[in-house]
Design a protein around this ligand. Structure first.
Ligand SMILES: Cc1ncc(COP(=O)(O)O)c(C=O)c1O
Length: 430
């Protein structure tokens, strides 16, 4: 539910109040964004999605290059200036006396941060471990589960390489058996996807690995529906939420999973090298930590945080990214991201030989989409876009997925996408 105008205004003054020490909010761009937030407070997410004036203000909160048009937010996202400033402030403070400021002062921020992340994720703080990225979170689970030789894991050829490699390592080391699914995306039929997973389940299946949003092509999998089928059969559910968290508007427990990992430097726009691991309360005891902890059988989620020395500046600045995310609002953010994807995709698909390989339906996709041009390789299109138009995308060649991935973000405006659409048109006669 959207906050009422009064609540929204109260929230804005609270952000600005608590951010009184944050230089960005006292700049002209910061004040202008505050006014724009008040202006859109009566609009629905759908109405806000098309309000370019508002999104231009959001763009000013970032420091993205006006020379390079970055349409590869499917890799990693830039941080708004408030987040960058926080990293720098905390880092400078740490350098005044590292072991004092990091371990005695900044460290005190971890529990409040855990609570804020839990609020965002919709779970208990006792189910959130703060770490550095999705790989760390998911590999904690992949290597921490107590599996025996012969136990089966269901996963797909379209999962992320780090996770696939981790599972293959367990296969080699422990003799577990990997059961592979291979999808032809896009698919706009939830039941068909669920059925493929169910067909792969046997009485030896112990775990299902679900990539919530397939990074290569932007397909959203019905994680909750797959998880419910898995649960009926006593199968544990691990969700790779690297690209779904803070992109789609959902809470982790909605997915009915046991484990969930994400990178906060993707759609939350938190500092590079920040992530989280969710472990359902009753599953914590049975999961080994990746880095040894005093009691590996402990039921305390903090046993997954024995990472050694890391940047407390990065960790603490996650708080500013959460505030920025709330300021835009999860519903508004998703509506805008989906609008932007469809804005360009509906135009380029009209051009002869151009194909869009991602659903335009918000139940199956968000901001990430893949296109191809008949007779051209993904590399040819991606390098043309960069060399002739300074548009940064990425060529994808993974299993049965071939094309150029295009991913806008909240700082992208439709004028940027017009530039991209025009560049694709020119490529066709190049
Ligand atoms: C689906 C998916 N899982 C996991 C990862 C790993 O993320 P990180 O490099 O932040 O650990 C990525 C990275 O792009 C991804 O797309």
């Amino acid at each position: 539910m959207l906050p009422t105008r009064r609540h929204f205004l109260q929230r804005i003054s609270a952000w600005v109040g608590t951010a009184a020490l944050v230089p960005y909010w006292n700049t002209a761009a910061g004040r202008s964004l505050q006014r724009a937030l008040v202006d859109i407070s009566d609009l629905t997410p759908g109405e806000t999605a098309t309000d370019e004036t508002f999104w231009y203000q959001v763009k000013q909160a970032y420091t993205v290059s006006p020379q390079i048009l970055n349409l590869n937010n499917g890799g990693v996202s830039p941080q708004p200036l408030v987040v960058q400033e926080a990293v720098e402030r905390y880092n400078r403070l740490s350098n005044e006396a590292p072991s004092y400021y990091m371990w005695q002062i900044l460290d005190q921020g971890r529990e409040p941060l855990r609570a804020e992340l839990a609020d965002l994720a919709g779970c208990s703080p006792e189910e959130i471990a703060i770490n550095r990225n999705s790989s760390e979170a998911l590999e904690t689970v992949i290597f921490g589960l107590r599996l025996q030789a012969g136990d089966e894991v269901v996963l797909t050829k379209q999962d992320y390489p780090n996770m696939i490699n981790a599972w293959k390592q367990r296969e080699k080391r422990d003799g577990i058996v990997l059961r592979w699914l291979n999808f032809e995306f896009p698919i706009e039929d939830k039941a068909a996807i669920v059925q493929e997973f169910v067909n792969a389940f046997t009485d030896k299946t112990k775990v299902v690995h679900i990539t919530h949003l397939i990074n290569w092509i932007g397909q959203l999998l019905p994680a909750r529906e797959i998880a419910l089928e898995a649960k009926k059969r006593g199968i544990e559910v691990l969700v790779d939420g690297a690209h779904s968290f803070a992109h789609f508007d959902f809470k982790i427990p909605d997915l009915e999973c046991d484990y969930f990992g994400t990178s906060l430097h993707k759609w939350l726009c938190a500092p590079f090298g920040s992530g989280l691991l969710y472990v359902k309360k009753e599953k914590i005891t049975g999961l080994y930590p990746l880095f040894g902890a005093p009691d590996p059988d402990s039921s305390d989620i903090r046993k997954f945080e024995s990472l050694g020395t890391r940047s407390f500046a990065i960790e603490q600045a996650i708080g500013q990214a959460i505030q920025f995310h709330h300021m835009i609002g999860a519903e508004r953010k998703f509506a805008r991201l989906h609008y932007l994807k469809n804005y360009w995709a509906e135009k380029v698909v009209q051009f002869p030989g151009v194909r869009v390989h991602t659903s335009l339906n918000p139940e199956f996709a968000g901001a990430i989409a893949l296109i191809s041009v008949d007779g051209k390789t993904p590399e040819e299109l991606a390098s043309y876009l960069m060399s002739k138009h300074r548009i940064h995308t990425v060529a994808i060649n993974w299993e049965n997925i071939h094309g150029v991935r295009v991913t806008p973000n909240v700082y992208t405006v439709t004028r940027d996408l017009d530039r991209f659409v025009q560049a694709v048109k020119e490529f066709l006669s190049f």
